[in-house]
Design a protein around this ligand. Sequence first.
Ligand code: ZN
Length: 432
Amino acid sequence: MNKIINNFLMGLTFSQDFSKILDEYKRNQHMTKEELDKLKKNKLNNIMNIAKDNIPYYKDTLNQRKELNINDFPILDKNVLSNHAMKFIYKTPLPWQMSRKSSGSSGKITKIYLNRYIYGHYLVSFWRGLSWYDVNPGDRGISLFGKVNSAIMSIIKSFKDKFTNNMRLFYYKLTDNEINDIIHFITDYKPKFLFGYPSLLYRIAKAIKISNKNVLPNNLKVIVTTGENLYEFQRVLIQSVFGCKVSEEYGCTELGTVGFECPEGNIHFSVDNVFIETINNDKYPEQSGEIVATQLNNTLMPIIRYKNGDIGKISETSCKCGITLPIIHVLGRKIEEIITEKGISFPKIVFNNIYNNIQQGTSHIPDFRILQNSLKNYTVVIYKDKLISDIEIKNLQESIVNIMGKNTKIDFKLTDELDLDISGKLNLYSHS
Ligand SMILES: [Zn+2]
């Protein structure tokens, strides 16, 4: 009975086929390599043919081809997609046509058109991932995100949330009061999963640890992070405070969920939702490269060979968890590449090294951001909250100097205000 109610609730949001798609995806996760290759090939051919026959952006150049190859399609980036969005759909969308909005660094909004059935595919890998932690549709969850602008939107969202048991909380500046409100809500609502940016979940975990109160419910099965690099120090603290696993979801608005981390710590990518290539250009080590992805289910607005700005690699090694979907390793975003005298690195590696280097016995680690001004010139901004001692700040400073190198010029600045971006993210590293 429960399953019928849950399917009905999910159907209200996605489509009546949602549970069917989810069952299909759960079967796919145990396929042999040959079966997965066949699935991938069929879905890829289907979307390439739809694009060739119907989509203005491709029609003129490709419709004479009999045999299509993925390399026949040009690589797209966010600019192409947002400047020519209407050329990626075969008829003018109706005003009420469902869409997802994605905002670029330039602030320009790209609309991705879909319908409820396609939207189901965009999200179903997320629910498949949750099932690895015994969380299923209809189970209670809380998603935490940056502010929502319109009052009407927030009413619609909260109405929808009650139906699906997935409460979305929006925060503004992450003041201590806001964090306390979130903690109270989690305590009262008793969710099975939490979903949000790692920087936010880390701050909540830190606030709970500092308050020394045992306020948390024990229903939590998993904490899912998204949207930012997840650093090892964040994972360690969040896991120890909430007493459950942290899992990284990898995806974007244009493509939906691309991958989900299993209990063994590998991100399995969804070959049933996305086809992935990595373009190396002799620049990146060990078969890693720029991720170029093709959305396999959006037949309304085919997105083929989309460069989402991430660097990563695909691995076919088997995972102890028993899931046969390939593994994707994401190193970081191309715009976050740290160019040092030693070569290319990424914040994930640098920050993890700094934290590993901090002396044992430090009870608190201050939040900090690194701004790179030039090859050898950095500013490190440290957020000094009231519980961080001068010794802890000194330890952090020494660790940063050790990792970045003695010849590097580092200016340290103390501040007591967080610097969130418009969507509520906290980027720990940026170029000036
Ligand atoms: Zn696994």
